[in-house]
Design a protein around this ligand. Structure first.
Ligand SMILES: *Cc1c(COP(=O)(O)O)cnc(C)c1O
Length: 419
């Protein structure tokens, strides 16, 4: 017998027992006919924390009040602005404070980190990635390969699901890495695939890459703030992410990067430099000669885009308060409930292509429709559900533990039942 029931009463009972339920009030929901929309798009764009507005106004006031002196006198001095994120980000990705930095945006960071960790030679130049990766990742990898004069068709090995399957077998990734062996320069994988919601085993992938003599780097766009990460202990070489999905830091919000301390603290590791990556003690001496500061922060080029980072500050505070382990525990329940309810639907014809095993997914469920997916999507949208449509036939929904309720999930089911 299931632990769940397909009733509104049950959903409300779950909400009443949920210690994280009050966090919902710390976010602004789009409105539909005068009530909160059923928002399931936190994997595309997280909701706005209520505190952002106040922090933004404070920052504007500090700029007005101090002008250039705000670099040192503002409440969060702009000179040090990126420092305010390190501890909270490190907690979220499982790293030391010096191994992470908030900077740039995701694809930019991917390029910068590849310039450090994709250093192909005549014999070792191949990159392994997942088939069906997010397009920006495909373009980044392809153009890096071309930049060094290699042919993407030869240099990029994509790991595909087996015939008829939707998710990639972990064993196929590991055996491809082993088979590529000495020709392999880099494994660049997503943490959670954006389309299927499959969570990959970063630890095993990293181990296999290292055994082959290659580096392992990860795009954590859909993993950060969603699943447990231990980038330091897993020995990952680098990772990057964006902050506007599960980290709720607003459209185009500042990205993040991880560089393992064995590289970050090694000045011999190549990095493109700018003044903000230079040792802070000598930054304003304006002299020749780049002296990288400790850790991932030395990959910074420019001074911090403060207004872009305000929402990040607000949102990470909420994560700290809620605690990622508690969020992940709720996430498993919430996604489990959604999965259970979807199985009760017999009026629609779709396949869930997200792994059933809760340890191989985050909070997303992707439904592949056999037909009329677009019509279903439009019908549920008209009823106040904000979900996500992906060509050719997939609806993705993400019940986010920070602000979605069991009742939200139940309402989605109710709406789908009447389509
Ligand atoms: C969302 C997403 C991106 C977006 O990249 P930006 O540089 O932030 O625009 C890239 N890769 C993956 C895997 C994503 O999910």
């Amino acid at each position: 017998m299931s632990q769940f029931e397909a009733t509104l009463d049950f959903a409300r009972k779950m909400d009443a027992q949920d210690v994280l339920a009050p966090f919902r009030n710390q976010f602004r929901f789009p409105q539909h006919d005068g009530y909160n929309a059923y928002y399931f798009c936190g994997n595309s764009l997280g909701l706005q924390p209520v505190t952002v507005e106040k922090l933004m106004v404070e920052e504007l006031n500090d700029w007005a009040k101090y002008g250039v002196e705000g670099h040192f006198n503002a409440k969060y001095p702009w000179f040090s602005y990126h420092h305010f994120f390190a501890e909270r980000l490190a907690e979220i990705v499982g790293a030391n404070k010096d191994e992470v930095v908030a900077m740039n945006t995701l694809t930019v960071n991917l390029h910068l980190l590849m310039l450090s960790f994709y250093r192909p030679t005549k014999t070792r130049y191949k990159i392994i990635m997942e088939a069906g990766a997010f397009p920006s990742d495909m373009y980044a990898v392809e153009t890096q390969v071309r930049m060094f004069g290699y042919d993407p068709a030869d240099a990029i090995i994509e790991i595909e699901p087996r015939e008829g399957a939707h998710i990639i077998e972990e064993a196929d990734i590991l055996s491809a890495i082993e088979a590529a062996g000495e020709s392999l320069a880099l494994v660049m994988f997503g943490g959670v695939n954006y389309y299927t919601g499959q969570l990959f085993d970063l630890k095993k992938i990293t181990e296999a890459a290292h055994k082959a003599g290659a580096y392992a780097g990860f795009d954590l766009a859909h993993a950060v703030g969603n699943v447990e990460l231990k980038l330091h202990d897993w020995n990952c070489d680098f990772a990057c992410w964006c902050s506007y999905k599960y980290l709720n830091s607003g459209p185009g919000g500042v990205g993040g990067a991880f560089v393992h301390e064995r590289h970050g603290d090694n000045p011999e590791v190549f990095r493109l430099a700018g003044w903000w990556g230079n040792d802070e003690k000598v930054r304003f001496q304006m002299k020749k000669g780049f002296h990288p500061q400790k850790g991932a922060a030395s990959w910074q080029m420019s001074n911090a885009p403060v207004f872009n980072m305000v929402a990040h500050n607000a949102s990470l505070e909420i994560f700290k308060e809620a605690g990622l382990p508690a969020l992940i525990a709720k996430s498993k329940q919430l996604t489990g409930y959604l999965e259970y309810l979807l199985k009760q639907l017999n009026n629609l014809s779709f396949t869930v292509i997200t792994p059933e095993d809760p340890t191989r997914r985050g909070c997303q469920i992707s439904m592949l429709f056999n037909a009329k997916g677009r019509e279903v999507f439009e019908a549920i949208t008209a009823k106040g559900v904000i979900a996500d449509w992906r060509e050719p036939n997939v609806i993705r929904v993400a019940p986010v533990p920070l602000y979605n309720s069991f009742e939200d999930v139940y309402r989605l089911y109710e709406v789908m039942k009447t389509v």
